[in-house]
Ligand binder design. Structure first.
Ligand code: ADP
Ligand code: MG
Length: 141
């Protein structure tokens, strides 16, 4: 199947612009897609996810980092992980969370490094770099 991918580098100067990048990315997502969001605390990972969620018709106000529960499910298929507090890969697997990687789900993952071994090469990588109070550089590949 022919698929057009959203990728490139973006310089944003406000949270709303990072959301807009997320919205554009969200419009291209389909089942089975896994989006990895990398960047320091405050880089804008959750902000970008708010934009993705908007592309699915969701209110951005329901989107928060699931720091204490590891996972939020916004629709039957849109899943958001924040693995900042995950201690080990086997903890993720024991909880059965690997079930949410791959079709029919669309999975958005903050702090994905520990579960990287479970993921194939065909993931969408979003790197956010802090460039100043309201400035961020976003790279999507
Ligand atoms: P993370 O999930 O990476 O820890 P958040 O998205 O929760 O980061 O927080 C980013 C913070 O930075 C928010 O308070 C947001 O309003 C602010 N911010 C300021 N400028 C930007 C920008 N250009 N892009 C994203 N967030 C920005
Ligand atoms: Mg976050």
């Amino acid at each position: 199947m022919l698929t057009k991918r959203f990728k490139g580098s973006f310089d944003t100067t406000a949270a709303s612009e990072t959301e807009e990048v997320g919205f554009q990315l969200g419009l291209t997502l389909k089942e089975g897609d896994i989006v990895l969001l990398e960047g320091v605390l405050g880089a804008g990972k959750t902000t970008l996810i708010k934009g993705i969620a908007k592309a699915f018709g969701l209110q951005e106000s329901i989107i928060t980092s699931p720091t204490f529960v590891l996972m939020h499910m916004y629709t039957d298929t849109l899943v958001h992980f924040d693995l900042y507090r995950l201690q080990a890969l086997k903890e993720f697997q024991k909880a059965g969370l690997h079930e949410y990687l791959g079709p029919p789900y669309i999975t958005l993952i903050e702090w994905p490094s520990l579960i990287r071994p479970l993921l194939g090469a065909s993931v969408i990588e979003v790197k956010l770099t802090y460039k100043g109070e309201d400035k961020r550089e976003i790279h999507i590949a």
